[in-house]
Write a protein that binds this ligand. Structure first.
Ligand SMILES: [Zn+2]
Length: 90
C-alpha cells in the first residue's frame, strides 16, 4: 500500500468520521466505522492516508520518498526527489 504522509495541520476531514484504534503508544489507526476500511494513520505530527482514498491523487505534490526498502521490485522511483530507505531524518 502506498501512503501519503501529511503534516497533521494540513489535513481536514470534511465529511463522515474516522474511527480510531490505538495500535501502539504513539500511533492510532483510522478506519471506517461502517465498513471497516483502512483509512489513515495518526501520530503526534502526521496524518497519513493511503493514496487510494484521495479523490485526485495526481494533485499531490510529492516532496520525498520514504521506506523505499519496502518498495516492490517493479516500482521505479526515477525522479530527483530525496529517497530514504526508512523514515526521513528529522
Ligand atoms: Zn466505509
Amino acid at each position: 500500500m502506498v501512503w501519503v504522509v501529511f503534516d497533521k495541520e494540513r489535513v481536514k476531514v470534511t465529511s463522515g468520521e474516522i474511527s480510531l484504534y490505538q495500535s501502539s503508544a504513539k500511533l492510532q489507526r483510522g478506519f471506517c466505522g461502517k465498513c471497516g476500511s483502512n483509512m489513515s494513520i495518526h501520530t503526534e505530527k502526521c496524518f497519513d492516508l493511503p493514496i487510494g482514498v484521495l479523490e485526485n491523487p495526481d494533485d499531490i505534490e510529492i516532496t520525498q520518498h520514504i521506506w523505499t526498502k519496502r518498495a516492490l521490485k517493479h516500482v521505479k522511483l526515477d525522479d530527483d526527489l530525496p529517497k530514504y530507505s526508512e523514515f526521513a531524518p528529522d
